[in-house]
Design a protein. Structure first.
Length: 329
């Protein structure tokens, strides 16, 4: 049933995507803000309470509702799966920025591309040259594809196999969103905040994302240039401050032959401030702060789109085969 739920959710999302400023995003923001305001008193142990309420309560609720529905009707349970996957999984939740920036670059409007990149990632892109704009767009698009599609997909399939329906999809989305929300709040909002809450959110999300990140990287290698992707993964993953992000971006860079990484503009997420130090610590004396390959060009945007869609097809086929084997068995 997992295969059909994911397939239906992706098809519906392509036909009727959520708008850019949608009610679901506003609901998530209000929920995480409410939990922080009511359960965070600034003490270290309060961070666990906030995270468990923010992430755990919606996840457990989704699993409990699914179990209750499935007890009476598998068809209604499938519809519940599709509904929550539609809200939590999909390309169109972020692809409008990617498409608009690509269109702006295609028509030569680099100022508009920089403006859109700044709006998308909340950074100052006014001084970035075209190559750097392309690099940042590719990196952010790859990470967004992982977090909005592959990570949600993995945890949905795992917990769905245990009979918990969309609990995994909600768990991953809430963990990712909470980390992103607290990071943005600490950077951009002039209000008291618990720094430990962001650190805890990042650490727990890193654990949750550990396996999905490596499966995403492996998928990119399989559907791209396998040898270069694996080589870049082993050689260059340490160029990024966040290990999970480094694995994904290094593998994708090798898969399509594009140069990623390097010094970052102030405020860029993910933070690449330790680019050179990371390479030295990992024993990569020949690291130049970026992966091998040619500098980012407009054609690489199309290559990245193809890489992501081929990877989606790969994992859908694997889940379909596992579903068929389960039915026949």
């Amino acid at each position: 049933m997992s295969f059909f739920a994911v397939l239906c959710a992706l098809l519906i999302e392509q036909l009727k995507p959520l708008p850019r400023d949608n009610w679901f995003h506003e609901t998530l923001t209000s929920w995480v803000r409410w939990t922080g305001r009511n359960f965070d008193a600034g003490q270290p142990h309060h961070t666990w309470v906030v995270w468990c309420v923010s992430v755990g309560v919606p996840s457990i609720a989704a699993g409990a509702v699914y179990v209750g529905i499935a007890h009476y009707s598998l068809l209604l349970a499938l519809a519940f799966d599709v509904a929550l996957l539609y809200l939590n999984l999909g390309f169109r939740q972020f692809s409008h920025y990617f498409t608009d920036i690509r269109d702006a670059l295609d028509r030569g409007d680099e100022n508009e591309a920089r403006r859109l990149l700044a709006e998308w990632r909340h950074l100052d892109a006014s001084e970035l040259p075209r190559t750097e704009v392309l690099r940042h767009v590719i990196e952010h698009a790859l990470l967004a594809a992982h977090r909005h599609v592959f990570g949600v997909f993995f945890w949905f399939v795992v917990l769905s196999a245990l009979g918990l329906g969309p609990m995994g999809a909600v768990l991953y989305r809430m963990a990712e969103f909470s980390t992103r929300y607290w990071g943005y709040r600490l950077r951009a909002i002039d209000a008291p905040a618990n720094d430990a809450l962001l650190a805890l959110s990042q650490r727990l999300f890193g654990w949750i994302d550990h396996v999905p990140a490596r499966l995403t990287a492996f998928g990119f290698a399989v559907v791209g240039n396998f040898e270069e992707a694996i080589g870049s993964w082993r050689r260059d993953a340490g160029l990024w401050q966040q290990p999970n992000e480094g694995v994904i971006l290094a593998a994708a860079a090798g898969a399509v032959g594009v140069q990623l990484g390097g010094a970052a503009a102030p405020g860029v997420t993910p933070d690449r401030s330790k680019t050179f130090a990371a390479g030295a610590e990992a024993g990569m004396d020949d690291a130049q702060g970026s992966t091998a390959g040619v500098p980012a060009q407009s054609g690489h945007l199309h290559s990245v789109v193809g890489l992501v869609w081929r990877s989606v097809v790969l994992w859908m086929l694997l889940v379909a085969l596992l579903t068929l084997a389960n039915v026949l068995g």
